[in-house]
Design a protein around this ligand. Structure first.
Ligand code: NAD
Length: 252
């Protein structure tokens, strides 16, 4: 397995050898920005059952469940700042070493860090849509309504209920997921960062990619398929990767 430095050196070699690299990120890439993931100790799963609080079926029957149990966990996400992992991934795109980032995260931190090709396969927290008439409001306005006691928040035009534009368990996948399948199928290398790969259908993506590398603190569902597993913190690994590429004069 080797030291973390040795693992990162191998990662650098693989990145340089690949003509087309896609990065797939999960909640673990944002824990160093202060956003808890689902499955780590102390993560969201230990506080609320996401399969209930973020269930599409429950939302239709009892939207107040999401607004009372789920939304408070999402409300702090939008004030988080990108960490070193987001920054290095954005820089790797600029140098051409990464062709796009596919993210399961709804926090928008890749775009904030400067990544321009980001496929958000679980949606985002920028807007919410009225389930009756389809009109949209901003995330901030949604929070304003909820914090003013409007649960569930309703459309002023038709009285329909607003739902955030992120994917709930049981929802169909957005168009970005079709794009992510195309990108992953066309990739020579898929680098997964900070995901347990337990959530379907995203965990299908590593099965269509050329070669698989995983950077994750804990075990994942696809560990048996990797050509390299880097067991470190995303921010530290990405920092070491950038240093390695700089030392070898490959980026500046
Ligand atoms: P997950 O919680 O199932 O897995 C996260 C993985 O990251 C774990 O295996 C953990 O060991 C690892 N990890 C934690 N911190 C790390 C770090 N600093 N460096 C490297 N690895 C680290 O998350 P998932 O696979 O993304 O699935 C959870 C679902 O919940 C996804 O749909 C995701 O979109 C959503 N979610 C999103 C956010 C967010 O937007 N930031 C936060 C929580 C959950």
């Amino acid at each position: 397995m080797g030291s973390l430095q040795e693992q990162v050196a191998k990662l650098a070699e693989k990145l340089l050898a690949s003509q087309r690299t896609v990065v797939l990120t999960g909640a673990g890439v944002s824990t160093e920005s202060g956003i808890p993931d689902f499955r780590s100790p102390g993560g969201l799963w230990s506080k609320v059952d996401p399969l209930y609080a973020f269930s599409a079926e429950t939302f239709v029957k009892r939207p107040e469940v999401f607004y009372q149990l789920g939304l408070p966990h999402l409300a702090s996400i939008t004030s988080a700042k990108p960490n070193r992992a987001h920054e290095v991934l954005a820089a790797l795109e600029k140098t051409g070493l990464v062709s796009c980032v596919v993210t399961q995260n709804v926090d928008g931190l890749h775009q904030q860090a400067g990544s321009s090709r980001v496929l958000e396969v679980h949606g985002h927290l920028r807007t919410a849509t009225c389930m009756e008439c389809g009109s949209k409001i901003s995330w901030d306005f949604l929070l304003e309504k909820v914090f003013a006691g409007q649960i569930p928040p309703r459309c002023t035009d038709c009285r329909g209920i607003f739902k955030p534009d992120c994917v709930f368990f049981g929802d169909s996948m957005p168009q970005d997921f079709d794009e992510a399948i195309k990108e992953s199928s066309a990739s020579e290398l898929l680098v997964v960062v900070g995901s347990s790969l337990e959530v379907a259908p995203v965990n299908y993506l590593p099965t269509v990619a050329g070669e698989l590398v995983i950077i994750n603190l804990g075990p994942t569902m696809a560990d048996h398929k990797v050509s390299l597993k880097v067991g470190g913190k995303a921010g530290q690994v990405m920092d070491l990767l950038w240093e390695n590429l700089m030392r070898n004069g490959l980026v500046s």
